[in-house]
Design a protein around this ligand. Structure first.
Ligand code: DGL
Length: 260
C-alpha cells in the first residue's frame, strides 16, 4: 500500500495522479487539515508533523511513503528516510527534472510556500542539474489557505495571484514550477496571469511515473488485481465540510473522507 501525506487537500492532486497511473495499487492518504498550513511554520515543526504523519501511514499498512507536500519534502525528507524503514519519495526532485528538461532558455521560476522557498532546495537542485540556469523564486504564502477554503476562482484569489506573479514580469522565464501541491488547483488562473508562453510544471504526474518506475523495477509493490481507486482510504486530521467538498471536487467523485 502507498501512503501519501500532505498538510491538507493539496496532496490529493498527487494522489489523483497516482490513482490514474496505478489503479490497482491500494493507496492511503492523510491530509493534516487540523494543522494546515505548514508553509509559515519552522522547519523543526514541519519535521515533527511529517514524522507523525508518516507514522500514521505506516501504522495503517503503508509500505511506501510519498511526501506530497513541497514544504515537508524540502525540510523533512532526510529525517523521514532515516527514521522510516520503508522507501520515502518526495515531490521536489521530479519537478526539478521536468523543469530542467523542458526549459529552453534556462530561466526557471519557482513558486511555493515560505518554507519551500526559504529552504533554497529548488534552486540548489536546478543549479546542480543545469548550472547555466537562472532560478527566480517567489514565496506565495496566501495561496494554500485560499485553496483549502475552496476559493479557486474568486476575484480576490485572482488579485493576490496578480500581485505575486507580477514579480516575474521582467525575468523572461519560460518555465514556472508549481512548487506546492495545492497550486495545480489554480492552474487556469496562474496560466492566464503568467501567459501561455510560460509552461507550468505540475509534478504530480511525474511523481506517479517515478513511483511506477521505481516500485515496479524493484518489485516493492505489486498491483492487487481487482483493487480499484474507490477502495482507497482518505483520512484527514480534522473532518470538515470544506475538506469534504474539496476532496469530492479534486477526484470528481464522492470521497468518503475519514477522521484520522
Ligand atoms: N501542499 C503543501 C506544499 O506542497 C502545502 C504546504 C502548506 O501547508 O503550507 O507545500
Amino acid at each position: 500500500m502507498i501512503g501519501i501525506f500532505d498538510s491538507g487537500v493539496g496532496g490529493m492532486t498527487v494522489a489523483r495522479a497516482v490513482e490514474q497511473l496505478l489503479p490497482e495499487q491500494p493507496l492511503l492518504y492523510l491530509g493534516d487539515i487540523a494543522r494546515t498550513p505548514y508553509g509559515p511554520k519552522s522547519a523543526k515543526t514541519i519535521e515533527e508533523y511529517s514524522i507523525e504523519n508518516a507514522q500514521f501511514l505506516i501504522d495503517n499498512g503503508a509500505k511506501v511513503i510519498v511526501i506530497a507536500c513541497n514544504s515537508a519534502s524540502s525540510v523533512a525528507t532526510n529525517r523521514l528516510r532515516k527514521e522510516c524503514n520503508i522507501p520515502v519519495f518526495e515531490v521536489i526532485t521530479p519537478a526539478v527534472e521536468q523543469a530542467v528538461a523542458q526549459s529552453v532558455n534556462g530561466k526557471i521560476g519557482v513558486i511555493g510556500t515560505r518554507a519551500t522557498i526559504e529552504s533554497g532546495l529548488y534552486e540548489k537542485l536546478i543549479m546542480e542539474k543545469r548550472s547555466n540556469s537562472t532560478v527566480i523564486s517567489k514565496a506565495c504564502p496566501l495561496l494554500v489557505s485560499l485553496v483549502e477554503e475552496g476559493w479557486l476562482d474568486k476575484r480576490e484569489t485572482k488579485m493576490i495571484l496578480r500581485r505575486y506573479l507580477s514579480f516575474f514580469k521582467d525575468h523572461q522565464i519560460d518555465t514556472l514550477v508549481l512548487g506546492c501541491t495545492h497550486y495545480p488547483l489554480l492552474t487556469n488562473l496562474i496560466s492566464h496571469r503568467i501567459g501561455k508562453r510560460v509552461q507550468l510544471i505540475d509534478s504530480s504526474k511525474t511523481v506517479a511515473l517515478y513511483l511506477q518506475k521505481n516500485l515496479l523495477s524493484q518489485g516493492t509493490l505489486l498491483p492487487v488485481p481487482g483493487h480499484s481507486p474507490e477502495k482507497n482510504k482518505y483520512y484527514v486530521t480534522d473532518l470538515t465540510k470544506t475538506a469534504q467538498r474539496m476532496a469530492d471536487k479534486i477526484f470528481n467523485r464522492s470521497i468518503d473522507l475519514l477522521q484520522a
